[in-house]
Design a binder for this molecule. Sequence first.
Ligand code: MF3
Ligand code: CO
Ligand code: CO
Length: 279
Amino acid sequence: MGIAIKTSQDIEKMRVAGKLAAEVLDYVAPHVRPGVTTGELDRLCHDYMVGVQGTIPAPLGYCPPGYRPYPKSICTSVNNQVCHGIPGDKVLRKGDVVNLDITTIKDGYHGDTSRMFFVGEPSIAARRLCEVTLECMWAGILQVRPGAHLGDIGHVIQAHAEKHGYSVVREFCGHGIGTRFHEEPQVLHYGKRGTLAELKPGMVFTIEPMINAGRREIRELADGWTIVTKDHSLSAQWEHTVLVTETGYEVLTVSPGMPAIPAAALALAPAGAVPAAIA
Ligand code: MF3
Ligand code: CO
Ligand code: CO
């Protein structure tokens, strides 16, 4: 077993799948408005993936050991929902924040990415949580280079979240990805520098921190999928699929609508990690 090293042919296909997943988020963004249901967002994404892109929505029917088959094509996690929210009749209201998590399969390869969206104007607290969580994800991505360790990623994410008084969800993590949705390694969003596996060129995994405004504990709803915060506090998440290159990282889930790297994440980056175009 161990962590797969992708070939250049694998990587080319993962660039395609990743870009398509990100483009679904660009497509659905203008539809995230007060009054829309999470089920309508799911249908829009499903039809775009299947009908326009010719991609397969990986969540639909996904059934890891111990789970029942996931019934929808995307995940929609609103406010205190941490992840894996099942789309349905829930109407989005002004002030809600929602994570849309898209996983496409194209030519046998997966691309996995999620973003936070504001429904109307969010509260100052909700906006800040979403911003800091984006900073956490990028601080983690900027650690990625050959010779770094998985623990370096977890460490910077945890430190940044806790500096702001937030907590890191422990039960779910980033993951290796390729022809399978979830493969080795597990990418923890907390930890210690220099620990866990050493990164090597050709590894591909997601970084997808779930950050809670309150306590880190979670609970699963009776639907068998939706995860919520135990204390009902807000939770945010962002996700990219990332390749380890010879010199650093390449984000595979790129599209015109994705937010720029936040300055606060650049400030935490090791020397040499900041893209030349930005430095
Ligand atoms: N996309 C999620 C992740 O980032 C996994 C969702 S599994 C599903 O790993 F079945 F709920 F879609
Ligand atoms: Co993922
Ligand atoms: Co995902």
